[in-house]
Design a protein around this ligand. Structure first.
Ligand SMILES: [Zn+2]
Length: 309
């Protein structure tokens, strides 16, 4: 048995396979990415806590002697075990290595791939049908997000999908839809662009806010940030229903039919979710980057086709 193997055995360190599964679950908990393992990184301790490692197990150092160069390299044993587990996952294409993730996100992180994501759902007994609502950024989805937010803003933008929509949900279309959702929600800082509501689930996995299409999917609207806006569920419904629309300068317009409604309509206790937008020059809360503001051609389509004047 190697010196390292003996040390792992003597300290009763967790088996590599167990560490691999713990890594996958931790990646899922952190929306698909964790930092590269380095001393002092919280993630290293978080994983050690999962196995309730004692001080000796956490602090053990592996010393390797390089005789030719006459030097000793010391590596924390726990780091090395984490790295080896992550390396195995990368070989199985369940995670991407920090060296490839950095080209995508500019961060040195391990990131779940689509296959890795499927494997975690399996480990956690989460039905695959929930996958599309989870904000987990797989490597493939992050690629779509990057493409969407970095695309050049065209002068003449066509918010319609050219190809006829196929009923079949393919892996590719699921990745595109999830990329759209994450790109829009992140662009608007996870807030409703109308009312500013920002809230996540207690387990921090899900945001309340939704990525709304301006030209709806049912009308072949594109899965594109230029055809999207982040809205809370109430405002998403009201926008799709035609209570709201936008002017080209992003002023929010409310249907005049609101005046004909009984006063108790559209209220949560005393809080009114439609009327306040009619009385003032309310503007959409926009993303930081101008290039990903909703496009005027999508907005004007909504004004002409969805809005009830
Ligand atoms: Zn809202």
């Amino acid at each position: 048995m190697s010196y390292e193997g003996e040390m792992l055995k003597r300290l009763v360190m967790p088996a590599k396979k167990e560490v691999e599964n713990a890594l996958l679950k931790t990646l899922f908990k952190h929306n698909g990415t964790i930092k590269e393992f380095a001393t002092g990184e919280e993630i290293v301790d978080e994983l050690a806590d999962l196995f309730s490692l004692n001080e000796e197990q956490r602090n053990a150092v592996l010393e390797r002697i390089y005789r030719k160069e006459n030097r000793i390299v010391k590596t924390p044993l726990w780091h090395r075990l984490l790295y080896r587990a992550a390396d195995s996952l990368a070989k199985e294409k369940l995670v991407s290595r920090p060296t490839s993730t950095i080209h995508l996100t500019n961060k040195k992180e391990w990131m779940l791939t689509e296959d890795g994501f499927d494997k975690v759902l399996n480990l956690l007994n989460i039905p695959k049908t929930q996958k599309e609502f989870l904000p987990t950024k797989s490597f493939e989805v992050q690629k779509v997000v990057k493409k969407l937010v970095e695309a050049r803003r065209p002068e003449n933008y066509d918010p319609f999908e050219i190809e006829k929509k196929t009923i079949k949900v393919t892996r590719e279309s699921s990745i595109r839809t999830r990329g759209f959702r994450i790109a829009v929600i992140e662009a608007y800082d996870c807030k409703c662009a109308f009312c500013g509501l920002k809230i996540n689930s207690p387990d921090s996995l899900l945001w309340e806010v939704e990525a709304a299409h301006i030209v709806p999917h049912s009308e072949n609207g594109k899965d594109d940030v230029l055809n999207g806006v982040a809205l809370c569920r109430l405002h998403h419904w009201a926008f799709d229903a035609g209570w709201f629309t936008l002017e080209n300068d992003f002023t929010i317009r409310v249907s005049s039919r609101i005046d004909a409604l009984p006063s108790e309509y559209g209220k949560i206790n005393d809080c009114d979710f439609i009327r306040p937008f009619a009385n003032q020059n309310s503007k959409l809360i926009l993303p930081d980057k101008k290039e990903i503001y909703p496009h005027q051609s999508a907005i004007s389509w909504h004004r002409e086709n969805k809005f009830c004047n």
